[in-house]
Design a protein around this ligand. Structure first.
Ligand SMILES: [Zn+2]
Length: 469
């Protein structure tokens, strides 16, 4: 035991030295274009920025989570060693599996990676997983951080007011969550302040965030849009919202993302941040979350008694964007196909293709008495879900028609024989057969205020550790 402790202490101090050896205490932001179509993708450098203090960990420099579709690696050119790495996912990757991409249309997304500011020239590479989850390098560039083309964004005066809403200490030892608003006009700014406080409280009141709330700082930026609300392209409704968030992403009415990455990053860079949550001042159910990018969530509803759904979405989407979790539901209509193959183990910590306990990545959570795969009343659940899937989500009577089906589905998961146990429950990641989730219900499965299952909670805690340790 004593021996182990000594090793741990040495490893920790070595990492701190590594930071000082290779990095200054500020952030290098690298912007690039990510272009492609089915079968091809290329990267092209845009601009590089000097962006203020480094908010990430100074000791967890190399990624040990292995989440995300892509992997950023930074090499010290002189020694050839990896001095920083991080997994992440992209909007491009989701678009890459849509019909538009499959039809051969070329499209470009603007993206950003942020690293501690290197003292000397580095080689930066981006790799992506193949269908078997193996990373292959797609992009490599050499960056001289002392070149005068590096834009000193710290010199720019902030356009909007920022507030440290929750202060638990130095950014390098905390998860710094930035809550930023889109579609809030000047007259809506008090609503933004109230919303930011509310969702910050909701997140830090939900396990496992609740038990780790001292590990979080929360920042807000009071971004003013010219109009209230965001774009709804499917209804031909267009707004002048500052961050460019819109419904109907990839043709899905409730999927909210923004493609205005440069605008978002320029504004966000005025505070030290590790994660971004965008609050959307609009009233259609919706949200989105991409690992290590950002989450979105709606903040108004016209349906009385349905306000809890916004709390559900806010935390669920941070499950994706912060925790690297996959969706555990599978019958709901989504706009991409073949996201998971039943024969390949997904990278998401809460989805598996394993059919025996020995290969199961969360086997340490499984009780000896729990059968693998774990039986649940899937047939009955699926027939109810099929009926629910036929309803028109945008129809005014959607909720009243959905309610009895929803209650019957909830009754199935609440009364499941292995409720409360971790096992492998078939159906997850939009796939009905061959992909399994850890528990019968979880915040990543049913649309309810149910908590994260133990596997998801542990995964989120590992991410928190990667910022605070
Ligand atoms: Zn989701």
């Amino acid at each position: 035991m004593k021996h182990l402790l000594i090793i741990f202490c040495c490893a920790a101090s070595l990492s701190a030295q590594t930071f000082q050896q290779y990095f200054l205490d500020k952030t290098l932001r690298v912007d690039y274009y990510h272009t492609g179509t089915k079968g091809t993708e290329i990267f092209a450098l845009d601009k590089i920025y000097d962006e203020g203090i480094w908010s990430g960990s100074k000791t967890q420099l190399v990624d040990n989570l292995n989440y995300g579709e892509y992997m950023l690696r930074v090499y010290n050119v002189a020694s050839g060693i990896v001095i920083y790495s991080r997994g992440f996912s992209t909007m491009f990757n989701e678009w890459h599996s849509t019909d538009e991409s499959n039809a051969g249309i070329l499209k470009t997304f603007h993206e950003t990676v942020r690293i501690p500011f290197p003292k000397a020239t580095v080689q930066l590479t981006i790799s992506r997983r193949d269908k078997k989850m193996i990373f292959h390098e797609l992009f490599s560039t050499v960056i001289d951080p002392n070149d005068h083309s590096v834009v000193n964004i710290q010199k720019r005066a902030p356009q909007f007011k920022s507030v440290k809403l929750v202060d638990n200490g130095a950014p390098e030892k905390k998860v710094d969550l930035l809550i930023i608003g889109d579609g809030y006009a000047t007259a809506d700014m008090q609503k933004f302040r109230d919303d930011a406080k509310h969702y910050s409280d909701v997140l830090l009141g939900t396990s496992p965030f609740k038990e780790r709330k001292k590990d979080f700082n929360v920042w807000t930026i009071e971004v003013e849009s010219k109009e209230s609300g965001i774009d709804k392209p499917g209804k031909n409704e267009w707004k002048e919202n500052a961050l460019g968030s819109m419904y109907d992403t990839f043709g899905s009415a409730r999927y909210i993302l923004t493609e205005e990455n440069r605008i978002l990053r320029d504004i966000a860079g005025h505070v030290p941040y590790d994660a971004i949550a965008i609050l959307v001042n609009d009233n259609r159910y919706g949200g989105g979350g991409i690992y290590n990018l950002y989450s979105t969530c709606f903040t108004q509803t016209d349906y009385k008694g349905m306000e809890w759904q916004m709390d559900y979405v806010f935390v669920h989407e941070l499950g994706h964007s912060f925790g690297g979790l996959g969706d555990e539901y599978y019958t709901s209509s989504v706009s991409y196909t073949d996201f998971y193959q039943a024969s390949v183990e997904p990278w998401e910590p809460n989805l598996t293709a394993a059919t025996n306990k020995e290969q199961l990545k969360w086997k340490s959570f499984v009780d000896v008495s729990t059968p693998i795969p774990t039986p649940w009343n899937k047939t009955a659940y699926d027939s109810l879900e099929a009926l629910r899937g036929k309803l028109d989500r945008l129809a005014p009577d959607y909720y009243s028609k959905r309610e009895p089906l929803y209650q019957a589905c909830q009754s199935i998961v609440k009364n499941a024989e292995y409720k409360g146990n971790v096992g492998t429950f078939e159906g997850g990641g939009y796939v009905s057969k061959g992909i399994y989730r850890p528990a019968v219900d979880c915040r990543m499965f049913s649309l309810s205020l149910v908590g994260f299952d133990p596997v998801c909670s542990a995964a989120i805690e590992k991410v928190i550790d990667s910022y605070v340790k």
